[in-house]
Design a protein around this ligand. Structure first.
Ligand SMILES: Nc1nc2c(ncn2[C@@H]2O[C@H](COP(=O)(O)OP(=O)(O)OP(=O)(O)O)[C@@H](O)[C@H]2O)c(=O)[nH]1
Ligand SMILES: [Mg+2]
Length: 235
């Protein structure tokens, strides 16, 4: 598997994994500073899109990271229990598990498999926060509400609802992931809530109003990379 994925001991290999359609390819594009419609971006879409593990370079100068886009779990092509072993995920130095709408059996199967490999660094990331917050806000507003054609009073109500929903979404997401980890005997772990546009915005040095944990995730991954490379040099 290491040979198949061109594993190089001088580099760190970060795989982005998770349920089909969870936003894995979009996340890799965003961390590489690309929009989904960029000609060199990883293909994305609303139907099952990534069908083979694909390696992408990191655009930072002298970077020692390779990003790996991985097909989605939990499809007829890739049942949960086969996913980790069949794709050889055990060779990666770091795995980013992208969780979409709900904590799924696929997410659980991946995290349980990761537990067997203590040398793999795992980050749990909740994707598409913008989409989920927007859906919840629109559900709470009167039917047919259109923020672009609303009067001042409705717009201010909209902003207030949005900020309440955002707080509720953040709290419930943190709580829900911890509850799922605990009930499946997986040690507690930080979850980072992100959306692709806010990850991409970090690249342009223009923080997004939608940002939640994107910057912390970037800093924590960078810190992990520094630590691991330092350890490699010492060994
Ligand atoms: N609103 C919103 N949409 C997103 C986000 N991330 C991904 N999407 C959309 O979700 C859909 C699926 O995204 P992909 O990146 O192709 O998902 P994937 O996990 O790589 O899919 P597979 O390779 O098929 O498993 C696309 O239409 C993306 O534009 C996000 O953060 N916010
Ligand atoms: Mg994909």
């Amino acid at each position: 598997m290491k040979a198949a994925y061109h594993y190089s001991p001088d580099f760190l290999h970060i795989a982005v994994v998770g349920s089909s359609g969870g936003g894995k390819s979009s996340f890799i594009n965003a961390v590489r500073g690309l929009s989904n419609n960029d000609p060199i971006a990883a293909p994305t879409g609303i139907v099952e899109t990534t069908d083979a593990v694909t390696r992408y370079t990191d655009p930072c100068q002298d970077s020692k990271i390779f990003w790996y886009d991985v097909p989605g779990a939990g499809t007829p092509n890739m049942p949960d229990w086969q996913y980790f072993n069949n794709l050889g995920l055990y060779i990666f130095d770091c795995i980013i598990v992208l969780i979409d709408n709900r904590f799924s059996d696929s997410d659980l199967a991946i995290l349980q498999a990761c537990e067997q490999f203590t040398n793999i660094e795992v980050f749990i990331v909740r994707s598409k926060s913008d989409q989920h917050i927007n859906n919840m806000v629109l559900d709470r507003m009167p039917r047919g509400f259109d923020p672009f054609h609303a009067d001042d009073e409705s717009r201010s109500r909209f902003q207030q609802v949005k900020s309440e929903i955002r707080r509720e979404f953040i709290d419930k997401t943190y709580q829900n992931v911890q509850t799922n980890l605990e009930s499946n005997n997986i040690p507690p772990k930080r979850v980072y809530i992100v959306c692709k546009d806010a990850v991409h915005a970090i690249w342009n040095n223009s923080p997004s109003p939608m940002a939640i944990d994107e910057e912390e995730l970037q800093n924590d991954v960078a810190e992990y990379v520094r630590r691991r490379l330092h350890r490699n040099v010492q060994n």
